[in-house]
Design a binder for this molecule. Structure first.
Ligand code: TXA
Ligand code: MG
Length: 321
């Protein structure tokens, strides 16, 4: 298999307690052996992530859950059967074996089986579940290329596995099964519509609630550095006269519009393609030293819901980890 040598090296590093960036179909993760609290602690240090924000544990097979959780509710099982491997994370009651640092002291653990072949081989070769947040500094956008990981964390981590650009481009959906009714803590790569088609109605947690504790303590310097504005209109563009403006367009814009730079998420207005391009487009705009980024809104259905959620976060109105 291509990249076999690199995957083996990365797996060796995880076994020795190292931290490794690796591709998944959603975004790049920064992983460590989930059973090694010291290695996991380094992830928090390098990301500058507060210890109250728990990590997702990545497995290479649904059978890995036996060691990690106390039980699997029927609806969780249905979603796992349907969407694993894939961009769906389930929050279940944790077993004693899962170290507290992974779950930020919560009695629950978030779990996901990614579908990127490199991620799956890495977990298998390392021989342990891999605890991994997105491979960005806390508060920044999740990286969707190895290059974006290198820019932010390059010299501080033990290995970067390059698997090319991420296919989905936004993080996994997170569904919790701790309450009477399943609840969606974070919209993501598996749409709400797809989830509800399998298990019926789910509660939608507000974004602040999805943070297990102390959301008010989060810093306000969320990247991108360039302010992103969502509520603007073509009619009022004069308001921004004299400013260097980038446009984050959903589909191909009208040629007569004059912006300093334009990024198009999907020429044909396809939400899946737009999601895959979202973080890369924001990152490129952010590198141009613009005064402002005006972002177009997208329809809030399917992956459009996820795109709008991430745009609101990027515009500083909701926090992100
Ligand atoms: O697609 C993804 O999910 C990516 C890739 C690398 O798998 N990972 C990712 O991880 O986005 P991270 O750490 O950036 O976001 C995980 C989110 C955090 O908001 C965290 O608060 C939440 O999952 N989370 C983790 N464990 C939880 C738990 N036990 N209960 C509730 N929320 C939890
Ligand atoms: Mg993150």
């Amino acid at each position: 298999m291509k990249n076999a040598g690199a995957i083996r090296q990365a797996a060796e590093s995880i076994k020795r307690g190292g931290i490794v960036a690796f591709p998944t179909e959603t975004v790049y993760g920064l992983g460590a052996d989930a059973f090694n609290p010291l290695a996991v602690a380094r992830i928090f240090e390098v990301k500058k992530r507060p210890y109250f924000d728990p990590l997702i544990v990545h497995v290479s097979s649904p059978s890995d859950l036996e060691r990690l959780v106390t039980e699997i509710p029927k609806n969780a099982k249905k979603l796992i059967d349907r969407f694993w491997p894939g961009p769906l994370t389930v929050v279940l009651s944790k077993s004693e074996e899962v170290p507290d640092i992974v779950t930020a002291g919560l009695p629950t653990v978030a779990l996901r089986m990614p579908r990127h072949t490199m991620a799956l081989s890495l977990i298998e070769l390392a021989g342990c579940p891999i605890a991994a947040p997105s491979a960005n500094l806390f508060g920044s956008l999740s990286p969707t290329t190895a290059e974006a990981v290198r820019e932010q964390l390059g010299d501080q981590i033990d290995f970067i596995l390059d698997g090319g650009p991420c296919e989905v481009g936004v993080e996994s959906s997170i569904v919790s099964f701790l309450e009477r009714r399943p609840s969606l803590l974070r919209p993501g790569g598996v749409t709400l519509e797809e989830i509800e088609s399998i298990i019926g109605p789910v509660e939608i947690s507000s974004n602040e609630e999805s943070r297990p504790s102390a959301p008010g303590m989060l810093p306000r310097h969320y990247a991108p550095r360039t302010p992103i504005i969502l509520n603007w209109s073509m009619k009022n563009l004069d308001f921004y006269k004299g400013e260097k403006i980038g446009l984050l367009a959903f589909r191909k814009p009208n040629k007569s519009l004059k912006f300093d730079h334009t990024e198009v998420l999907s020429k044909k207005g396809d939400l899946r393609e737009a999601a895959a391009n979202l973080f890369g487009a924001i990152r490129r705009l952010d590198a141009l030293n613009l005064d402002l980024i005006l972002a177009e809104t997208v329809p809030e259905i399917g992956l459009g819901r996820v795109i709008m959620d991430r745009l609101r976060r990027a515009s500083g109105r909701i926090s992100q980890s």
